[in-house]
Design a protein around this ligand. Sequence first.
Ligand SMILES: [Zn+2]
Length: 115
Amino acid sequence: MEIDLNVLAYLLGKGKHYVEKAVQGTGYLPRTVLGVGTNLIDTDGNIDLLAPKPRATYEKFLKPLLFDVPCQGLSAPEDCQGNGRIEGELLLKSYRDEELRCSACRAAIASHAVN
Ligand SMILES: [Zn+2]
């Protein structure tokens, strides 16, 4: 799985609040996670270059935000029209628009808007 560096860069910058939310209540500091993310940008997303501890931080916080983002569904996650996950190519847009929806839900909403 190749890291989408554009998505990662967004999460370290304007989308920092997504990281902060993921870290909240875990005892980790957001800046620890953001630091690991910055290292990853510097190595073009090569997680093999991470030492065990940063690697664990990556797996715990950044990987889910990059590869396993739940769709918010039409009105709730249970009514997602897809497989419950947002496709990689839609992630950056989803984060930017604060609309965490998969392509199937987006299509459903778009078709309702037309009718
Ligand atoms: Zn969906």
